[in-house]
Design a protein around this ligand. Structure first.
Ligand SMILES: Nc1ncnc2c1ncn2[C@@H]1O[C@H](COP(=O)(O)OP(=O)(O)OP(=O)(O)O)[C@@H](O)[C@H]1O
Length: 687
């Protein structure tokens, strides 16, 4: 796991500090694995299918919104009819005769107010329910996407940067349902158009002809407008995600950037993406500037033509003034709603892009399959068996193939998953672990030692089934991990990483992770992890906040908190992956001695570097070239394994040099492990 974090940090470093000048397009490729190839052009059919999916997702709510919109459309046409009638029966006689009756005025007023009230009700119903539908769909799909993230294996997460995951769950889901808000409006407008044209034909076919020409023209121009706008808006959206990604990484790596004096490079990197975003937004503005006046002017031109034709027809007696007012009014009030149809059609490409990205997550395969076997509910330490286990990480080419399958192929599964069964990792890289065999008796403590990159963390991740081996099997109490019920391994085994994740919450919550655990047990776990002292020193005790990612704690305190988090669950198998690298060697020794003496019902596998830690183990495994090249106790390996002897000697020489140089006061930090732990502190005596 530390490997993964380190990979990201090193990428941030080379990306930000390499001093290479790259365009935003290159930057975008760096950020987003799925963006390596241009998106396939969205088709209308695909867009309509996304809309259909949305309607099927919230049929009642969107149905009510459409009904509200239809009511609005109907009332709009009726209002025009009413205005026409009022003109003919109340206003024109009033002008001609100089008087009108109070009754006529009341009826006119009531008719106008009545249609306005129903129209307003239609607007409220449509807006409320369309918004509700859109937000509910957003929430549903966000939930689905994040649930899928939890299900997908670590190997999938290795291939998908955090920025992408955020954008899938957020911006992509939103853009997928973006057309849902104007959809009921657009559908209601179709009803309105139908009645408007019908009513125009009834009034005067010549005036209706103007409508027949102007309305579709508005629709077509608006459609073209949206089609031209959409790619630019989509690009601006992607650049916005890139910008926040760059900012996020710059802020995360602020200490590194400052320490390496790369502030100017980071600022330049941010500036470049910001400028590309500015250009995309300017492009959007330019298109808006060109189309908006035309769309505004077209209905007015229509009204002008209607007035010209209408006045001639009034003059020759074939049209009443009220009828002309009615048609002119229809033009005024229908011009804007007609654009709603264009909004929906124009937003479809963006919705399709969002849908493709979201469905790439939802349909991603590789979820670790589970069986139905339980583990014995004994609470005793577990027996661990590793039989012929080999493991290979996916190579870059496999990752690229995976990405382009999703970006280009219609099928989200793509070619790769047709060839490779979903539960098996792609194996195009070099083997990290090769036919590993290992049997660990219950209650034993085993140290895993090996050079950097030997596969120790990989083995640790396999033992608690963060991923599955490519071949071979790992057995817990005789059961293949793949045959166990979902959640069974997590109940019985725990892995503590070198760089633990600490939530921005209290000490207690970070230890219990929301489980109902008595405080006494929390304290006992903290004591065992040698982390009780610093908690007691804090006046707020277990309720003390720890800051974002544990920023209020030292590196060693964070590691001990993470260890307590594992211990409080009383795991039957405890795997420590360089989990105490940031604590003082004496504290580390006390932790491991405590674990042995506490009669904790645990089998312990510890990735270790310090002699003091290694000698506490019942057995040492020396990992070399993906295989266990030697095993036995420390003294035995020093005698029999030249590789092991060399490594330990190198660790110790390094530690002595550091001690001699007075390096950070830690006398025993073989192999510079302390330097690897990013936030290593310099505690002593468990303070
Ligand atoms: N997510 C990954 N994708 C591709 N390769 C990886 C990944 N994680 C690790 N590797 C590679 O697998 C090999 C073993 O890595 P691993 O982290 O298991 O070694 P390690 O023995 O724990 O090293 P260290 O002591 O430096 O932590 C290394 O060559 C590494 O580059």
């Amino acid at each position: 796991m530390g490997r993964h974090d380190r990979t990201r940090h090193s990428r941030a470093y080379t990306h930000g500090c390499g001093g290479r000048v790259r365009g935003a397009e290159d930057d975008r490729r760096q950020w987003s694995v799925v963006d390596r190839r241009p998106e396939r052009r969205a088709t209308l059919g695909e867009g309509l299918r996304v809309l259909g999916k949305a309607i099927r997702g919230e049929p009642v709510i969107l149905g009510i919104a459409i009904a509200g919109s239809a009511l609005y459309g109907l009332m709009t046409v009726l209002a025009a009819e009413v205005i026409g009638r009022v003109t003919d029966e109340a206003i024109v006689p009033a002008f001609r005769a100089g008087e009108t009756t109070a009754g006529t005025m009341w009826v006119a007023a009531l008719a106008i107010v009545g249609t306005a009230v129903f129209k307003a009700a239609g607007i409220v119903i449509r807006r409320f329910f369309a918004g509700l539908g859109q937000y509910r769909l957003n929430a549903t799909y966000r939930r689905r996407v994040t649930r899928q993230y939890m299900r997908l294996p670590l190997s999938w997460h290795h291939r998908h940067p955090a920025g992408n995951l955020l954008s899938n769950a957020n911006a992509d889901v939103e853009s997928m349902f973006w057309p849902i808000a104007p959809l009921p409006f657009a559908l209601g407008v179709i009803v309105m158009l139908f009645f408007a044209l019908g009513s125009m034909f009834l009034v005067d076919p010549w005036l209706a002809l103007v409508g027949v020409m102007v309305f579709p023209a508005i629709l077509v121009i608006n459609f073209v407008y949206q089609r031209r706008l959409s790619p630019l808006a989509t690009r601006a959206q992607a650049l916005r995600a890139d910008l926040s990604g760059v900012a996020h990484e710059s802020f995360e790596g602020a200490a590194l950037v400052k320490a390496m004096g790369r502030e100017a490079d980071e600022t330049e990197r941010f500036r470049r993406v910001a400028y590309h975003l500015r250009d995309a937004n300017t492009g959007v503005g330019r298109i808006r500037g060109a189309f908006d006046p035309v769309l505004e002017a077209l209905p007015n031109a229509g009204i002008l033509i209607v007035l010209l034709i209408g006045s001639t027809r009034i003059a020759n007696g074939s049209l009443e003034p009220g009828e002309l007012v009615q048609v002119a009014y229809l033009f005024t009030i229908t011009a804007f709603p007609i654009r709603a149809i264009g909004f929906v059609l124009g937003e479809l490409p963006r919705a399709v892009v969002g849908w493709r990205r979201v469905s790439a997550v939802l349909e991603a395969t590789g979820e670790l399959p589970h069986g139905d076997r339980p583990l014995p509910a004994t609470g005793d330490a577990a027996r661990l068996g590793v039989h012929g286990v080999s493991f290979t990480y996916e190579s870059d080419s496999a990752v690229a193939a995976d990405a382009s399958d999703r970006a280009v192929g219609g099928s989200v599964h793509g070619l790769r998953s047709e060839i490779v069964p979903p539960d098996r990792p792609v194996t195009s890289g070099a083997a990290v672990l090769d036919q590993l065999d290992l049997e660990i008796e219950p209650g034993r403590t085993v140290a895993v030692v090996g050079q950097t990159g030997a596969g120790k963390s990989t083995l640790a991740s396999l033992l608690i089934r963060l991923m599955d081996p490519v071949s071979g099997e790992i057995r817990l109490d005789g059961s293949d991990l793949r045959q166990l019920r979902r959640g069974e391994v997590a109940e019985s085994a725990a892995l503590v990483f070198q760089q633990p994740f600490i939530f921005e919450d209290s000490i207690r919550e970070n230890v219990t992770l929301g489980r109902d655990v008595p405080d006494d047990d929390v304290w006992a776990a903290l004591e065992l992890a040698q982390g009780d002292d610093f908690v007691r020193d804090n006046p707020e005790g277990l309720d003390a906040p720890v800051g974002e990612r544990g920023s209020m704690l030292s590196g060693g305190q964070r590691q001990r908190l993470a260890l307590a988090r594992a211990l409080v669950r009383r795991p039957r198998l405890l795997v420590l992956d360089d989990a105490t690298s940031a604590v003082d060697p004496e504290v580390e020794r006390r932790i491991l001695a405590g674990l042995r003496d506490a009669a904790l019902p645990s089998t312990v596998v510890v990735v270790a570097y310090r002699r003091a830690t290694i000698t506490l183990a019942d057995e040492v495994l020396y990992l070399e070239d993906g295989r266990i090249s030697a095993r036995g106790d420390h003294d035995e390996l020093m005698r029999t394994s030249p590789g092991y002897r060399q490594l330990i000697t190198a660790y110790e020489r390094d530690a002595q040099e550091r001690a001699g140089a007075g390096a950070d006061g830690a006398g025993d930090d073989p192999g510079g492990r302390r330097g690897r732990a990013q936030d290593a502190d310099t505690e002593s005596g468990g303070s």
